[in-house]
Design a protein around this ligand. Structure first.
Ligand code: M6R
Length: 573
């Protein structure tokens, strides 16, 4: 995922840009570059690979001094990772950095070619730079507005012009971009950690808003050049949140932050031992009368939604449909004003999820966002918001954000069940108490590092593996499988254990690892039968189970007696 940083002030801009980019490294990238305005010229340097390569190039002579510039870390989408495809793109007149995708770039390229433009990279970004050059006749705002009228897609742009040595221009459509406000210096960034060292104050740029930054001023315009007043935000994270604090990497740090994240999320939402959601705009009357619930999200957040479906349906007896946002928004879903659409997102900025939310609102449904980033687009757009308090999640691979999303799904299910008279107050109090025990259970479990390392050592050479489970165990397996793929690059699938025999079981080969999750008493025996099926075909089974039963088949690679998150998912059984 790409990262954008821009700086205008009195400091050595190269240093600030490199520092900001280093704070965005966690997003993953394959090349990086900066453009700095120096003595009336745009100086650009780019390098494939790590930021170190860019720094080496800079210290090997391509060094330049300036106080205004833009920088970028690129994750290749259009064209391979290379110096040429790295951002910034532009010419002697202007330079741009770009996050997101310009969907109609091929059409624009053809028309620019007819106007005599030539292209050296394979990127959609270069097309935006040339289009900007085409429209630029001395007025940057005019040119940017023209470009916005032509390009389609979701993107964020940071732009500098040779003729405007002390100015950064920024604009966005769906892809996130913030404008940081310092003392005698201002910033643009795709994410808060890039600027936290310098300032906690920032503005959220909205779609189709243009920001003009000088060192002492920031101005916002709409696409008709009207000035916009915006509310300043203050990040409630400190630098520590953006540092690894002794952990090897952010993901590990965030895994260890789960207990506190869950505590912080639940504490303000429990009153007299019962779920208390009034502060989120969810009064009992609003929550009572829905015909259907839709949960819409992407990736990990969607997996938390699948857990939500199982728990809400079990306790509340309202039909719940879980949708992948990028499918929901294009499938003409049947929703009405009698439905509740729950949108889950850590960042609150995911383009498909935001579009799904807007669609649901347009169709009259009530919308509830479960979001981690305060003031994010999704949080502002939804009718009601439950903020998760996971703190800053820097690792691209989500961990603590998932845990708090799942915790909120449970709390919401308890609340809905209580006000719809599906459970008694005592039962609800009991469930809520158990949920509140989860942080200490996780803390205890995180101590068991050696056992986890042992399992990892058994899996490290696998080409492919399966997660199997039923019901909530299947829901949790979906996230386990995503995490494994994302982090280890080992292929894996989560499969409903009972569905294996209908074809997929033919994939099981001698010694193939199968991670079986069996934590629900009511489904335990059934899953054990499925384990027997895969073992009969030679699979090496790792069983995650909290159920104590003599029916566990022998000869398993490892049995993990789980008392961890699974306790949470056993609540209803
Ligand atoms: O910020 P969001 O929760 O909307 O992001 C949605 C997904 O991109 C995200 O959950 C992704 O799947 C995880 N980071 C992967 O670990």
């Amino acid at each position: 995922m790409c990262g954008i940083v821009g700086y205008v002030g009195n400091k050595d801009c190269t240093e600030v840009l490199i520092d900001g980019l280093s704070k965005l490294e966690y997003r993953g990238y394959d090349s990086a570059g900066i453009s700095v305005l120096e003595n009336g010229c745009i100086r650009t340097v780019k390098a494939q690979g790590k930021l170190k390569n860019l720094e080496d190039k800079i210290s090997a002579g391509e060094c330049f001094k300036g106080t205004c510039g833009i920088g970028h870390t690129r994750w290749a989408t259009h064209g391979e990772p290379s110096d040429i495809n790295a951002h910034p793109h532009g010419n002697a007149i202007l330079s741009i950095v770009h996050n997101g995708i310009i969907e109609n770039y091929m059409d624009i390229k053809e028309s620019l070619k007819n106007d005599g433009y030539t292209f050296e990279s394979q990127t959609d970004t270069e097309i935006a730079a040339k289009l900007l050059d085409y429209y630029y006749k001395g007025d940057p705002v005019e040119a940017i507005i023209h470009v916005l009228g032509e390009v389609r897609g979701s993107f964020a742009l940071g732009i500098v012009f040779k003729d405007f040595e002390d100015t950064i221009f920024a604009v966005r459509k769906e892809s996130p971009l913030i404008v940081g406000v310092g003392d005698g210096e201002n910033f643009i960034a795709s994410d808060v950690p890039a600027i936290l060292k310098y300032t906690k104050k920032y503005y959220l740029l909205e779609s189709d808003e243009l920001a003009i930054l000088k060192k002492d001023s920031v101005e916002f315009l709409d696409l008709h050049r009207n000035t916009i007043e915006k509310e300043i935000q203050v990040a409630d994270w400190d630098m520590e949140a953006a540092e690894k604090c002794g952990y090897e990497h952010f993901m590990l740090k965030e895994i260890h932050e789960q207990p506190n994240a869950i505590k912080n999320t639940l504490s303000p939402r429990i009153k007299n031992g019962l779920p208390y959601l009034d502060g989120c705009g969810l009064d009992d009357e609003t929550l009572k009368n829905f015909n259907n619930i839709f949960i819409v999200a992407c990736g990990t957040a969607m997996h938390a939604g699948v857990v939500g479906k199982y728990v809400i349906e079990e306790l509340v007896r309202i039909p719940v449909t879980v949708d992948i946002a990028s499918e929901f928004r294009y499938r003409n879903p049947i929703i009405t004003e009698k439905d509740l659409v729950i949108i889950i997102s850590q960042s609150g900025e995911t383009a498909d999820t935001l579009a799904a939310l807007k669609l649901a609102k347009k169709q009259g449904a009530k919308t509830l966002a479960v979001v981690n980033v305060v003031g994010s687009s999704i949080a502002r757009e939804a009718d009601m918001v439950i903020y998760t308090h996971a703190g800053l999640e820097i690792s691209v691979a989500s961990t603590k954000a998932y845990s708090v999303q799942v915790a909120v799904m449970y709390l919401l299910a308890f609340k809905l069940a209580l006000i719809n008279d599906k459970i008694t107050e005592d039962a609800c109090r009991n469930y809520t108490n158990q949920l509140f025990e989860i942080p200490s259970v996780i803390s205890a479990y995180l101590e068991e590092k050696e056992q986890l390392q042992f399992i990892a050592s058994k899996l490290v050479n696998a080409d492919s593996l399966l997660f199997i489970g039923r019901g909530l165990d299947y829901a949790m397996s979906m996230e386990g499988s995503l995490k494994l793929k994302e982090i280890s690059y080992i292929h894996s699938e989560a499969y409903p254990a009972g569905e294996l025999k209908h074809g997929t079981i033919s994939l099981i080969t001698e010694n193939m690892p199968v991670i079986a999750v069996a934590t629900q008493k009511s489904l335990f025996e059934k899953t054990i039968s499925n384990i027997k099926e895969v073992k009969a075909r030679g699979a090496n089974v790792i069983l995650l189970s909290s159920c104590d039963s003599k029916t566990k088949p022998g000869m398993m690679l490892l049995i993990i007696e789980l008392t961890f998150l699974v306790q949470m998912i056993c609540l209803c059984h």
